[in-house]
Design a protein. Structure first.
Length: 117
């Protein structure tokens, strides 16, 4: 049985991950294609571990792609074999900025509160 991948929506209907991917498609089509392929691979449980994914703690994971810059999409599991992507970043270093982790975790809490199913 496969997983489904969904994108977090704000209360105002914005989709931060889709916006991130749109900018990535314009700025770096190669990395965009790799990240889209990675998101598609998350449908398979075998890909929920390194090197494609890494657990960050407290139920949060990252999809990782190393290209010109490190590209990450943060996600978590929900009931019903659902994966919810909540935030995306690009950076030069290996460390994830605390503000981005905080944003991803806040969106995860928000989604779980709204979607208790």
């Amino acid at each position: 049985m496969d997983f489904t991948v969904e994108f977090y929506l704000t209360k105002t209907g914005q989709c931060p991950v889709r916006e991130f991917l749109g900018k990535l498609k314009t700025s770096d089509p190669g990395d965009f294609a790799a990240v889209i392929a990675g998101l598609a691979k998350l449908k398979n449980r075998q890909c929920h571990r390194e090197p494609l994914s890494k657990a960050l703690g407290q139920g949060l994971y990252e999809l990782r792609h190393v290209g010109k810059l490190n590209t990450r999409v943060f996600w978590f599991f929900m009931k019903g074999r659902r994966i919810v992507a909540v935030h995306g970043i690009r950076n030069k270093g290996q460390a994830i900025p605390a503000r981005d982790l905080n944003t991803a975790r806040a969106r995860m809490r928000d989604w779980k509160e709204i979607n208790r199913s």
